[in-house]
Write a protein that binds this ligand. Sequence first.
Ligand code: GLC
Length: 475
Amino acid sequence: MRNVFTFLLIILFFNIADAQKDGYVAPTDTAVQHKLAQWQDLKFGLFMHWGPYSEWGVVESWSICPEDEGWTQRRGPYSADYNTYVKAYENLQTTFNPTHFDPDKWVKAAKDAGMKYVVFTTKHHDGFCMFDTKETDYKVTSAKTPFSANPKSNVALEIFNAFRKENFMTGAYFSKPDWHSPYYWWPYFPPKDRNVNYDPAKYPARWQQFKDYTYNQIQELMTGYGKMDILWLDGGWVRPLKTVDKSVEWQQGIKYDQDIDMPKIAAMARAKQPGLIVVDRTVAGPYENYTTPEQQVPAEPLSHPWETCMTMGNSWSYVPGDHYKSSQQIVQLLIKIVSRGGNLLMNIGPGPDGDWDPEAYKRLADIGKWIKINGEGIYSSKAVAPYSAGDIFFTQTNGGSNEYAFLLAKNNDVALEPVVKIATGNDKKVKSVSLLGVKHKLKWKQEGGDISVTIPQSLQSNSGLQYAAAFKISY
Ligand code: GLC
């Protein structure tokens, strides 16, 4: 009994130490734990940033932010004067009419590519709502917006319903900051930067209106939009002042307490959506159920659930002629991420006509061909040491009875050496080794933690495989 107690104390100690190390706080709600585990098995999701900004093909929201950063620069005929520009930007609402919007087409392409969940920008920092909110007229369903006459005008609802029909998990991206709301950027003062433009402590009634506005909108999304799995909250500068980490450069500009009462929001959201995963990005604590490295892949596995969000082109928003990553790059990114225990949330920005760039469809079709052969080593897999060795990245499934060694190709087509050495570092006795997508029986031998696979000449330059070859090792 005493031993058990000591043992529990040791575990508790290590858990606390772990929480302090990376700030991650594991959810205690078993429904959330369960959904999070399911979500971790999905590995590959679709992100979409969409709003009237796509009409200009400019960066989402940021061009109306009065900060002088590379990504906030204004372009085009109105750019010389800030106020004129903002008026014209907001006026994009009156011409937004994406008549080719057909979410079923996206679902088909995403499903074929092996994507299993979707996160959509219901509202970005500019405050334009891609859902039928009752809280503002700055929305896609407003009479001011031509698309409101379309039967699919409640865009977020249409997207979530279409993807859910094919068993995707659905996630609502929602920006906490709202640069259109008079409760966030009070028109009395000019906006100075991305933050609230008045001191909430000095004007508590106004801040309360902002809190109510935010709460009500999230409540709308959690009630009228079907089963929601993820609430993806962006704009980490809206946070309690005491959570600001001054070692992070962008957090140094946060001067005011911008507490929106996350405990209250999360309780409401989870009452409507049991088990909801909440991602209060960068605000480490009980409402950041997974972390979201942006446009980067952590160099090592993280000790908590995580997801890399990354653009397929260069931009989150639609930019005509954007340069899309190659299919080889995307597949290899997915492998690296999964080998480190993460998910990949890949973004495609729909254009003003309501469709994606044809390049995006081509990429998804290529990825789909690859995933049909190799998906068994991706979905529901776990990270396994040594994670990678040279160009080979590992995953495991079924409690470790199968391991997959993904050899990344240097070019589109896989070229294999006469003997491929796989350093699993694991001396469990190997039962069989095969190459996914290839019928040949391969000769192999195991020496401790090293497996050498002999590749017949016919396969060396002509395997028919692309991007990465997966060796399946069964123990
Ligand atoms: C960056 C961009 C923001 C985008 C987000 C997605 O923070 O500034 O506009 O929504 O990435 O992760």
